[in-house]
Ligand binder design. Structure first.
Ligand code: IPM
Ligand code: MG
Length: 357
C-alpha cells in the first residue's frame, strides 16, 4: 500500500535540506520499490508569511492524514517580535500535541569518520552511541496554568506549571525500555527527584514499569549530574529517558558531543508509531539560502522514518550505509569539514548520497 508522507520544509535551511532528503526518497521510490506519495505544505514562518498562521488548518490536516511527516526546520529572528501564538515554534508544539507525538527519539552517534569534529577528546567520545528518549507532549511545555500576572505591588510575574500524570510517564518509559531491549539494555532515567514532586512520581512510575523489562537495567540520575556525566563520560549511557524540558536541554548537549549537530536525526512517535521526523538542528538563518547546509541529518531522519513508521528497515539501512559511504569518500559540508577532506555544498552532498544508495 502506498504510504502518504507530508513534507513540511519550513524555514531557513529547512527547504534546502528537505529537498535533498526528498531526492533520496524519490530514488528509493524509483529504483527500490518504495511505495510513497509525497505532499508538501508550508509550516512555521513560511506558513505565517503565506497564511498568517505558523500551522495553517490545511497543513495540520495533511499532517494528521499522512502516515508520516518529514519536517525541515522552523524559526527565524524575523518572527521574534510576533505574539507567542504566531511564532514558528508554535507550529512544532502544535504538531506534537495534535498528533500526540509523545515519544521523541534523539540518537547521538559519533561517526568514526568524524571523531575529530567533537570538541571533546576522541578517547572520551570514540564509539559514542546513545539514545535520548524525551517525553514531548507534557511537562512545563504544556502545563496549565501558565501566563503572566501582575502582583499586588504592581510587579509582573511569569508562571508555568511542571506536571506529569502517571500514564504520560508510563508510556514514554515503555518506549525507552523497548528501545533499550534492542540496544545495550540499559536505561538511565533522568529527573530532579531531590527537589520536585513531579520527578518523584516520575521515578516511582519508571521503576514500576521496569519490572516488565527484566532484561533491561534501570538506573536513576538527577538532571544536573546527568548534564555533567554527559561531558565527563558519555559512553556510560545507552538509553536516557527524561521529561520534556530536561530532554530539550540534554539532547542539545548530547548532540554537541558528536561535534556535528548537522548529522543527527530525530523521530517523534505516537502510540502507533506514526511519526514526525526532523533533523535535530534548527533553521540556521545565518547560512540559509547559501547552499552550504548539511542535509545529512534530514536524510538520516528519512531513514528513521523508513525504520519506525514505514516498516522498511532494509531501505533505512541502505540510506544509513550510503551516508557512511559518502563520509568515507571524504565529502564534508562546511560544518563537518576538516583539513584534508573535500568541502561540498548541500546539493552535492545530497547527490552523493543518492549515488551511493
Ligand atoms: C527542540 C526545539 C524546540 C523545543 C523549540 C524550537 C520549540 O528546541 O525541538 O528541541 O524546545 O522542543
Ligand atoms: Mg531543543
Amino acid at each position: 500500500m502506498t504510504k502518504k508522507i507530508a513534507v513540511l520544509p519550513g524555514d531557513g535551511i529547512g527547504p534546502e535540506v528537505t529537498a535533498e532528503a526528498v531526492k533520496v526518497l524519490e530514488r528509493l521510490q524509483r529504483d527500490f520499490g518504495l511505495k510513497i506519495a509525497l505532499e508538501t505544505a508550508p509550516v512555521g514562518g513560511a506558513a505565517y508569511e503565506a497564511h498568517k498562521h505558523p500551522l495553517p488548518e490545511a497543513t495540520l490536516r495533511l499532517a494528521k492524514h499522512a502516515d508520516a511527516v518529514l519536517l525541515g526546520a522552523v524559526g527565524g529572528t524575523r518572527y521574534d517580535a510576533l505574539p507567542r501564538e504566531l511564532r514558528p515554534e508554535k507550529a512544532l508544539l502544535g504538531l506534537r500535541a495534535e498528533l500526540q507525538l509523545f515519544a521523541n527519539l534523539r540518537p547521538a552517534i559519533l561517526y568514526p569518520q568524524l571523531a575529530s569534529a567533537s570538541t571533546l577528546r576522541p578517547e572520551v567520545v570514540a564509539g559514542l552511541d546513545l539514545l535520548i528518549v524525551r517525553e514531548l507532549t507534557g511537562d512545563i511545555y504544556f502545563g496549565e496554568p501558565r501566563g503572566l500576572r501582575t502582583l499586588a505591588n504592581g510587579e509582573r510575574e511569569g508562571f508555568n506549571t511542571m506536571k506529569y500524570a502517571e500514564h504520560e510517564i508510563e508510556r514514554v518509559a515503555r518506549v525507552a525500555f523497548a528501545a533499550a531491549g534492542k540496544r545495550r539494555r540499559q536505561v538511565c532515567s533522568v529527573e530532579k527527584a531531590n527537589v520536585l514532586e513531579t520527578s518523584g512520581l516520575w521515578r516511582e512510575v519508571v521503576t514500576r514499569v521496569a519490572r516488565d523489562y527484566a532484561d533491561v537495567e534501570l538506573t536513576h540520575m538527577y538532571v544536573d549530574n546527568a548534564a555533567m556525566q554527559l561531558v565527563r563520560a558519555p559512553r556510560q549511557f545507552d538509553v536516557m529517558v527524561t521529561g520534556n524540558l530536561f530532554g530539550d536541554i540534554l539532547s542539545d548537549e548530547a548532540a554537541m558531543l558528536t561535534g556535528s549537530i548537522g548529522m543527527l536525526p530525530s523521530a517523534s512517535l505516537d502510540a502507533r508509531n506514526k511519526g514526525m521526523y526532523e533533523p535535530i538542528h534548527g533553521s540556521a538563518p545565518d547560512i540559509a539560502g547559501r547552499g552550504v547546509a548539511n542535509p545529512l541529518a534530514t536524510i538520516l531522519s528519512a531513514a528513521m522514518m523508513l525504520r519506525y513508521t514505514l516498516d522498511e528497515p532494509l531501505l533505512a539501512g541502505r540510506i544509513e550505509r550510503a551516508v557512511s559511504k559518502v563520509l568515507d569518500q571524504g565529502l564534508r559540508t562546511a560544518d563537518i569539514w576538516t583539513e584534508g577532506t573535500s568541502k561540498v555544498g548541500t546539493q552535492q552532498m545530497g547527490d552523493a548520497v543518492v549515488q551511493a544508495l
